[in-house]
Design a protein around this ligand. Structure first.
Ligand SMILES: [Zn+2]
Ligand SMILES: [Zn+2]
Length: 529
C-alpha cells in the first residue's frame, strides 16, 4: 500500500475517548479517597496514658478504652468518607455507561440501516482500470487530502467522521446535506497496488455489461446502437436523465453519434499501451425521481483480437461481478453459412465478415470466465448470457432461418406449437448453429450458463457505410432481457420489452428440426410456456 493503512480519523467519543474520561474520573476519585483516609487519620488524636493517675491498672484500662474508641471513631469517619466518595462516583459511572451504551447502540443502528440500504440499493462501483467492483471507494478529505478507507458508520462515528485534520466528513448515505458521494474518491484495489485511480459516481448502483466477440463481429456497432437509442430517446421518454461519466466518455459519445448518423462503425482499437486497461468502457449515469440510487451504466468493449488471444493487459475482473454478458457472433463467419448464403451477400458485407472462428471466441470467453468467476455448485455461471447472432440482414437466408422473417414463417406453420416470438427466435438461432455444424457451441452455452437467450440482431440494420443512419433491429430486446434479469427496477422504469419465463430452449435443437418446423409437422406439441 502506498500509504499507511491507519485510518486518518479520530475515534468516536463512545468508542474510546469516553472510556478514557471515565478511567480518569475513577482514578481521581480513588486518589481523593486515599488522600481523605490519610487526612482523616491525621485529624483523629491518638490516645495516650493518663499521666496523672498512679494506678497502672486504671491506666491500662483507660488506654484500652481510648484505643477502642479511637479505632471505632476512625473507622466510622473513614467509612463515611469512602461512602460519600463512592456515592459521588457511582452516578457518574452510571450516567456515563448509559450515554455510552446509547451512543454505541445508535452507531449500531446507523450501521445496520446503512448496510441494508447499501445491499437493497445494490450500491457499488466498478473501477475503469482494474474492473474490480466495490461498495466503498477510498474517500479523500477535501481539506487535507487524507485517504479514508473506512468512511462508513463504525468506531470513528455514525453519521460523520472527524478527519485528523479536524474536517467533519459524512460517513453514511443517510447524510443528505453535503453527501458522502460528493467527496473525491479513488479505487481501493488500485490504491493497494500503489496507483491512484479516480472513481466517480460513489453511491450509484453500477450496471456492468461486457460485450464480447471476435474481430468485426459488430460489438461496437451493437454498443453504439444501444447507447444512442437509450440516451437520445428511451431515457427522456421515461422521465430519466442521463449524463456522462467524464469528458472522455462524452467524446466517445460524439464519435458514436457521427457513426450512427453515417451508418459506419470504427473497429474497436486494440490497446497497445501495456500500462492501461485493454477494455474500453462506455459509462454514463441514469437518474430519475423513482430510480434510487442512480445507475452507472458501464458497457465494456474489448478489441476482438485481444479478447480471442486472451492477451489483455489486466485480469478481466469484470466477469467476476458483471450483470450480464452479450456475446456477439457474425453468423457469416461460420464456414457452412458462407458456403450456403455467401452468394446472397453484397460486397460491402462480404468484406466486413468477421475472421474470428467461433470456437476460438468461445474458448476465449470460457477462459476469461473460468479464471475470474466463481462457479456455483451446479457448475454453472450465474450471470445471464445474451447470444447475439448479429448482421441478420447480411443475407436473406439468415433472416429466413432465424430472423423475424423466419420466426413469422415458422409460427404460421406451427400455430399451436409456439406462442412467443422471442422464445421461438431463441430456438431458431440455436437450431441455426447446430445446422451450421456448431452443436458443441450450443451445448457449451447451455451447460455453462444458468440463463441464456439467443437473439437475431442487426445493430446497424443494413450494410455498413452505405450512407444511411443506423436502423437497429432487436438491439433493445437484447439489453431489455439482460436488464430484466439483473435490474428489474430499471427495466420497469424504462418500460422495456418483457420476456417469457419459459425454460430455454423450448425444444432440443437437433439436425432436421428446422425442416420439420418449416413443414409444420408435430403441430400438436405445446411450447413449454
Ligand atoms: Zn482531513
Ligand atoms: Zn482499480
Amino acid at each position: 500500500m502506498s500509504e499507511a493503512a491507519k485510518e486518518p480519523a479520530k475515534h468516536s467519543y463512545y468508542f474510546g475517548p469516553g472510556l478514557t474520561d471515565l478511567k480518569q474520573v475513577v482514578t481521581s476519585a480513588l486518589k481523593n479517597i486515599e488522600e481523605s483516609l490519610f487526612s482523616l487519620a491525621d485529624t483523629i488524636d491518638s490516645p495516650s496514658f493518663m499521666s496523672n493517675v498512679d494506678s497502672v491498672i486504671i491506666n491500662v484500662l483507660w488506654w484500652i478504652f481510648s484505643y477502642t474508641f479511637w479505632i471505632g471513631a476512625a473507622t466510622m469517619t473513614i467509612l463515611a468518607g469512602v461512602t460519600f466518595c463512592f456515592f459521588m462516583l457511582i452516578p457518574h459511572i452510571a450516567v456515563f455507561l448509559v450515554v455510552d451504551i446509547i451512543g454505541i447502540a445508535y452507531t449500531g443502528i446507523i450501521f445496520v440501516i446503512e448496510l441494508v440500504m447499501m445491499k437493497l440499493r445494490r450500491v457499488s462501483l466498478v473501477c475503469d482500470t482494474c474492473h474490480t467492483r466495490f461498495a466503498y471507494p477510498v474517500y479523500i478529505c477535501p481539506s487535507c487530502g487524507a485517504k479514508h478507507q473506512e468512511l462508513s458508520p463504525n468506531v470513528f462515528g455514525a453519521l460523520h467522521h472527524r478527519c485528523t485534520c479536524g474536517a467533519k466528513l459524512p460517513s453514511s448515505l443517510l447524510v443528505l446535506k453535503n453527501p458522502r458521494r460528493s467527496l473525491d474518491a479513488i479505487c481501493p484495489n488500485c490504491w493497494k497496488s500503489g496507483r491512484e485511480v479516480t472513481v466517480q459516481g460513489a453511491g450509484s448502483h453500477t450496471v456492468c455489461i461486457p460485450v464480447v466477440g471476435g474481430e468485426s463481429a459488430g460489438k461496437s456497432a451493437f454498443i453504439t446502437a444501444y447507447v444512442k437509442d437509450l440516451i437520445d430517446h428511451q431515457a427522456s421518454a421515461h422521465g430519466l436523465t442521463t449524463h456522462f461519466y467524464d469528458d472522455s466518455k462524452k467524446s466517445m459519445y460524439s464519435a458514436m453519434t457521427m457513426d450512427y448518423q453515417n451508418g459506419t462503425v470504427k473497429k474497436t482499437a486494440t490497446v497497445t499501451r501495456t500500462d492501461i486497461s485493454s477494455t474500453i468502457s462506455f459509462s454514463f449515469y441514469l437518474e430519475g425521481e423513482k430510480l434510487k440510487p442512480r445507475r452507472l451504466m458501464q458497457i465494456y468493449d474489448i478489441a476482438g483480437e485481444t479478447f480471442v488471444g486472451n492477451s489483455e493487459n489486466e485480469q478481466q475482473r469484470q466477469y467476476e461481478h458483471c450483470d450480464g454478458i452479450v456475446l456477439v457472433i457474425d453468423p457469416m463467419s461460420l464456414p457452412k453459412a458462407q458456403a450456403l448464403f455467401g452468394n446472397q451477400m453484397d460486397a460491402g458485407d462480404q468484406s466486413a465478415v468477421s475472421s474470428a472462428s467461433l470456437e476460438d471466441v468461445m474458448n476465449a470467453l470460457n477462459n476469461d470466465l473460468r479464471e475470474n468467476t466463481k462457479i456455483d455448485k451446479s457448475g454453472k455461471l450465474s450471470m445471464p448470457l445474451a447470444v447475439v447472432l448479429n448482421k441478420v440482414d447480411e443475407a436473406e437466408g439468415l433472416d429466413d432461418r432465424f430472423g423475424n422473417k423466419g420466426v413469422m414463417k415458422i409460427r404460421a406453420a406451427n400455430t399451436e406449437r409456439f406462442t412467443d416470438d422471442f422464445d421461438l427466435m431463441d430456438l431458431l438461432c440455436r437450431q441455426f448453429l447446430v445446422d451450421m455444424d456448431m452443436p458443441e457451441i450450443v451445448d457449451l452455452i447451455e451447460q455453462n450458463f444458468k440463463s441464456s437467450r439467443f437473439f437475431a440482431v442487426s445493430a446497424i440494420g443494413h450494410t455498413a457505410g452505405n450512407g444511411n443512419a443506423f436502423k437497429p433491429l432487436n438491439v433493445n430486446a437484447v439489453m431489455s432481457w439482460i436488464l430484466q434479469n439483473c435490474d428489474p427496477n430499471l427495466a420497469k422504469d424504462l418500460s422495456m420489452q418483457t420476456f417469457s419465463k419459459a425454460s430455454l430452449p423450448l425444444e432440443k435443437p437437433v439436425a432436421g428440426l428446422y425442416e420439420e418446423l418449416l413443414a409444420g409437422q408435430g403441430g400438436s406439441k405445446q411450447s413449454s410456456q
